[in-house]
Design a protein around this ligand. Sequence first.
Ligand code: PLP
Length: 396
Amino acid sequence: MSNIPNVHQAEPIPPAARDAIDDLLQSGDLFRYTAPQDAPVTLLEQDFAEMLGSTYALAVSSCSAALFLALKAMDLPRDARVMIPGFTFGAVPSAVIHADCIPVLCEVGENYRINMADFEAKLDDVQAVIISHMRGHTSDMDAIMTLCNARDIPVVEDAAHSLGTTWHGQNIGTIGKIGCFSFQSYKMVNAGEGGIMVTDDADLIARAVIMSGAYEHNWKKHDVLQEAFAKWQNKLPLYNQRMSNLAAAVIRPQLPELARRIRDGRTNHDYMAAKLNASQWIQVPEKLAPEVRAPDSIQFNMVGMSEPEIRAFADASKARGISVQVFGLSADNARAFWNWDFLPEKFDLPQTRAMLMKACDVRMPVQLPREALDTIADILLASVEDVMGETRAYGT
Ligand SMILES: *Cc1c(COP(=O)(O)O)cnc(C)c1O
């Protein structure tokens, strides 16, 4: 077939970015702290904070850098234990280790959300929590915040892949103490690389700003209570994880596109979910009630199929031109916790492991037209039929 959709195709960057980049190339002003004011990175921070309803934002080189700086800003002692979900991207435990802390993994259920019983059972043993909204799936933030607030345990939200998701109408990333987002190419806003953190806490942002590389008095160019900075002068390491003006110039013109991308991504996801759920062998888990999603991919579980059958399904889809990643079955997958050999402590997570062995991942860039979605759905359904026989369209 020649009309197989390319699920790795990025959306073109809006033309306004070209003008902003032309200006930068002309002036050569690529470093965020050269201009006395209104550098593209500074303007991005102002736009982003306002968009999310946060007081402060700090743009950095990646979401991983934002997570690292978030932990450092909280001044956790060396070897502090930080809980993360057992289902996340390998960059998340890595950021914890980078911050001289120890990742503690908790179980994640079949619906890709944190198992609250395991979370609660491990909570008294940790000093901080990173809630990774993996693939944009939101765990029960009401229960998480109640449990953590009762113990005074700070919550960082890894909202790398959740830009535009809301919980009870509130933006994901603004519920915990600090929220971190990614501008890597496979996220809702694409700058190739980049990240940003948001918070309402002046002291936390002041510490993060300095450590991100606001050396000497460059912090004066941040729109933050200036007294918050003075006490940290020369007291903190400079990790130099700043964002370049070029990245900000690519990001800012995409922000007005966000509402459309979110709407199309959600419509496409729900359309695909309905088609796939018609198969008795496929189940797309329900979101939690307070969540409104902003997906640019779809995850689904294979039901009642053995490991060889699931492998055969993935192979059949690939042969037809759509690559299905089964998190636990693809070699060296960075989202399978047993591949994180670098962890200082190992965790046995049977529930998460069982989920990863049957959970499939298919990218769905938000700009895909209906016909492309139909082609993908047809391929997936035909591939499962290849392996399991006729799909019963109306269930039992
Ligand atoms: C992409 C992603 C990251 C890492 O973001 P970078 O900007 O590439 O460092 C972390 N967590 C989740 C859930 C992600 O999807």
